[in-house]
Design a protein around this ligand. Structure first.
Ligand SMILES: [Fe+2]
Ligand SMILES: [Fe+2]
Length: 354
């Protein structure tokens, strides 16, 4: 069998404190579709919300566990620093800045990162979210058929000391935005960035275990003493959209991430179907990882493992998808068959979303 390569992100799961507040932010402000409303299968008095594009396609999905009484999480080694969502270009990025700012969200940027331009903000629980332009891409400083070969040092103008922060702060869309327009629609997960204290071990995991390739070795443009590596599904011709995972390389023994509200819980990668998921499982067991049995998540089947530094990774199948129990996505609270008998009781225990 040829080498297993994941096509990219399936979903990312984060932790929120209040499902209503999360819905207002991701649906009403960021304009995502509420793809599914269900409960945490292991704790049925709390919601599990799924947001994504209109089709609920893998690679567009952000899911949230509601943990009302949990402590705030903290990013660090083995955790995720931010989740980036894609937008068309510099114009739509500035439109997002204006719209978010006018809705009371504090935005930083736009920062020219070379490969894309980005703005940053936090969601109501403190999770850092980025919106990044689709282009220009990783081939601006290396040939497309030879990405990730050498360390690319960004020009001084992209580091904190060389930036004109005042000009960056002042940059925004001149007209108020009445509501997010079609051109602003977010394109799914552009990249996800975490932290490790062992880039070599991470390289081994993302290349040997997930089949990705290094597409850029650079420096963290907000912290030039730190390396910043990017991996993606890359065949020497194309970097597949929705597959770019990046890591800041922190010093050994740096603080570990702490699970909790406002932190990413896990990152899920795509498998084509259940047969391939079983092959993934054997492959990962063969590399010495401790992999769970296949679990039925109703909308996909999944396996789980942890990386060397503790990040929880899931591999999830594309099928059957979110239309298995409703044609209008997100229309009603959906429960798995084994909880249906307790539906009335479960619904009575949930705080209404609207
Ligand atoms: Fe980023
Ligand atoms: Fe998941």
């Amino acid at each position: 069998m040829s080498q297993l390569i994941t096509t990219g992100f399936h979903h990312v799961t984060l932790v929120c404190r209040d499902a209503r507040q999360t819905m207002r932010f991701y649906r009403d402000i960021l304009g995502l579709t509420m793809v599914k409303v269900t409960v945490n299968f292991d704790r049925t008095d709390t919601y599990h919300l799924y947001f994504g594009n209109e089709a609920g396609a893998p690679g567009s999905l952000l899911t949230f566990f509601e943990w009302p009484a949990a402590m705030r999480g903290r990013y660090g080694v083995g955790g995720i620093h931010h989740v980036a969502l894609g937008t068309r270009d510099d114009d739509t990025l500035l439109m997002w800045k204006r719209w978010l700012t006018d809705n009371g969200v504090r935005v930083t940027g736009p920062y020219d990162r070379g490969y894309f331009t980005s703005i940053y903000f936090t969601d109501p629980d403190g999770q850092v979210i980025e919106i990044a332009t689709d282009g220009p891409g990783f081939q601006i400083d290396e040939p497309i058929n030879a990405l990730g070969r050498d360390l690319m040092v960004p020009p001084p103008s992209r580091f904190p000391e060389g930036r004109d922060e005042e000009a960056i702060r002042a940059k925004t869309w001149l007209e108020p935005i009445a509501a997010p327009v079609e051109a602003m629609r977010l394109h799914g997960i552009h990249h996800i960035t975490g932290m490790t204290d062992d880039l070599d071990a991470a390289h081994d995991f993302y290349t040997r275990a997930l089949g990705l390739n290094l597409v850029k070795m650079s420096l963290n443009q907000d912290d030039p003493d730190t390396k910043h590596y990017f991996w993606a599904n890359y065949d020497g011709k194309t970097v597949r959209y929705g597959s770019d995972f990046t890591l800041f390389g922190w010093r050994p023994s740096s603080p570990k991430a702490r699970e909790g509200v406002g932190q990413t819980h896990h990152v899920a990668w795509r498998a084509n179907d259940e047969d391939e998921l079983n092959v993934w499982r054997e492959h990962l067991l063969g590399l010495g990882y401790n992999v769970t049995e296949v679990r039925d998540r109703k909308y996909f089947k999944s396996i789980y493992l942890r990386t060397h530094d503790g990040l929880l990774i899931e591999i999830a199948t594309d099928p059957p998808g979110f239309r298995v129990d409703e044609t209008e996505l997100g229309a009603a609270v959906q429960l798995p068959p084994w909880l249906e008998e307790q539906r009335d009781e479960i619904l009575a225990g949930l705080r209404p979303l609207v």
